[in-house]
Design a binder for this molecule. Structure first.
Ligand code: SF4
Ligand code: SF4
Length: 172
């Protein structure tokens, strides 16, 4: 069955599920599965879901989240645009606040054009990693995951598959 990818519909469904999603977050933090076992399930669902959803047709994270730029991202993008790193920072980025990287001055990302990334090969590492479901320790990033359910169709479907597979109502 085709997965829902319309971002308006995903947002409405995520809002409807919000209480259940936060309750599942609490459940995940206290259930008897290890962080490694939860990661294995998340990675399985992420692989299956991401194979069915084309990010290039979505781009919602580029419109509403935006990446954090590390120094090497700045240098890579600046070199591509044939400007200095200082000019790139001046034109596109805000100051870094928490040591995680500099955010964009404004959203949607200025490098999004006709729903495509015009700097795709040089995009920041944060863009390559989003929605971060391939990483380890999902159980320690649950607030981010629940928040992303209304933003990213991939996260929405992975979280709901996880809920259906191991949530308290379906287990045992
Ligand atoms: S990562 Fe999620 S929000 Fe970003 S483009 Fe892909 S499906 Fe859309
Ligand atoms: S750099 Fe590209 S992939 Fe990253 S947010 Fe901007 S448009 Fe999206």
């Amino acid at each position: 069955m085709k997965l829902e990818t319309d971002i308006g519909t995903i947002g409405r469904l995520a809002e409807k599920n919000r209480d259940a999603d936060w309750a599942f977050r609490s459940y995940l933090k206290s259930c008897d599965l290890s962080a490694e076992e939860i990661d294995a399930l998340v990675h399985k669902h992420y692989k299956a879901v991401s194979e069915q959803i084309a990010c290039r047709k979505c781009g919602n994270c580029c419109r509403v989240v935006g990446p954090l730029f590390k120094e090497k991202d700045v240098q890579r993008l600046a070199a591509h645009l044939k400007i200095t790193g200082e000019a790139f920072i001046r034109d596109y980025l805000k100051p870094e606040e928490d040591g995680e990287g500099r955010p964009l001055k404004s959203l949607p990302c200025p490098f999004l054009s006709d729903n495509s990334c015009v700097v795709y090969e040089q995009r920041p590492d944060d863009c390559r990693s989003y929605p971060h479901l391939h990483k380890k320790d999902f159980v320690f990033r649950l607030m981010q995951a629940v928040s992303n359910c209304s933003i990213c169709p991939i996260v929405y479907h992975v979280y709901n598959r996880l809920k259906a597979e191991i949530g308290p109502k379906t287990r045992g």
